[in-house]
Ligand binder design. Sequence first.
Ligand code: GLP
Length: 238
Amino acid sequence: MRRPQLIVVDDAEAASAVAVARVLALLAAKPQAVLGLATGETMRPVHRRLVEAHRRGAVSFARARSFNLDEYIGLRPGHPASFASFMRRTLFDAVDFAAGTTHLPDGGDPSAYEAAIKAAGGIDLQLLGIGGNGHIGFNEPGSDFASRTRVVRLAEATRAANAPAFAPDPVPGQAVTMGIGTILEARAIVLIATGGAKAQAVAAALGPATTPDCPASALRLHPAAVIVADRAAAAGIS
Ligand code: GLP
């Protein structure tokens, strides 16, 4: 089993620059590429750089397609803390994806998402963040490495981490997420980890073997996964 390639950079800005360079290179080589996109604070500088690149004419998404990793269940359409809203605010409204080419999973029909990814030809490059407990997407510890897009119950630690986006309301208890098996089918994977709160999870992801206790450790099963960590997130690696 292969350990994911590790790239350590100084800070979150540098980490996002590495990830964005890969997205730009992919779209330059394959303008119709299928992108796997992610949400969370880690992705803000990534999306900001993609928007900047688009504004200076360095990239077009006009022929690309995208599939996001996950979404909460039970939020009204347009809820500001939904991942759909986050994607519109941070990326989609500012770049040139064609109408109907950006997708988020729907808890009502998870298998349709799998079919749509297949029909698009599969994901060329999947961007990932990582939860403090090692989750990828919303695949919490204990998730099966063969899991597919499905409805999941969120770990309390995850709900606590995401509480600021919902305050004073509670964080939903359920979400729909691509499975670990779905994620591992992407042709390339770039996981970005920034900040000391991710240090333990990154160390576990790069540990001696895969473990369901750290869903990100499943990246060992992928032939070409890359982890881009800043110094703080890489601090626990022995
Ligand atoms: C969230 C998302 C993940 C994300 C992770 C880290 O709950 N479902 O896709 O990668 O947790 O989030 P952040 O980047 O805000 O630390």
